[in-house]
Design a protein around this ligand. Structure first.
Ligand code: GDP
Ligand code: MG
Length: 162
């Protein structure tokens, strides 16, 4: 059975961007309706000799739900389905109450967690990393989905944890 790595995090932290980096190709699902492009949710990742499945839970839309409830359901799906969870936050925003909300849900699960601090596009921003220790979900990894920073570190850790 292939292991499953699920990406969780509040909207706009860069889940889809990092997802595309992790699967190493730029693809999105184009619906039949003209002009409608949805994020791709599933992908396969190959790293070293391993292969695993990737899910972007942010792409799972749950209709008519208030914001926190939608995130809560996405995190519940991740906790249920995944062997390892990539929790993404935005290194430029600092720790938000929604990040803390997600962190508490993840702490209650017994799933291994990788904490990715995205949008650390260059070294001058890495001081922002230290705030995220307060989430209590492990050591933050500096990531830039746009520049491809930290992607190998995430994959190494995922392979070690699954
Ligand atoms: P999602 O809602 O979590 O899936 O976030 P997206 O992947 O759609 O990204 C939201 C916005 O953040 C987009 O404008 C991205 O281009 C931008 N973004 C994503 N990753 C990075 C990054 O590493 N650095 C910067 N500067 N912007 C990023
Ligand atoms: Mg997205």
């Amino acid at each position: 059975k292939k292991g499953i790595l699920a990406i969780v995090g509040r909207p706009n932290v860069g889940k889809s961007t990092v997802f595309n980096r992790l699967i190493g190709e730029r693809k999105s699902i184009v619906e039949d309706t003209p002009g409608v492009t949805r994020d791709r949710i599933y992908g396969t990742v190959e790293w070293l000799t391993r292969e695993f499945q990737l899910i972007d839970t942010g792409g799972i839309q749950i209709e008519d739900q208030p914001f926190q409830q939608e995130i809560q359901m996405q995190v519940e799906i991740a906790i249920e389905e995944a062997d390892c969870i990539l929790f993404l936050v935005n290194g430029r925003d600092g720790v938000t109450s929604d990040d803390q909300f997600i962190a508490r849900m993840l702490q209650r699960s017994n799933k291994p967690i990788i904490l990715g601090v995205n949008k650390i596009d260059d070294h001058s921003l890495s001081y922002n990393l230290y705030d995220f220790y307060s989430l209590g979900v492990g050591d933050p990894i500096a990531v830039s989905g746009v520049h491809g920073i930290g992607i190998g570190d995430i994959l190494d850790k995922a392979v070690a944890l699954m």
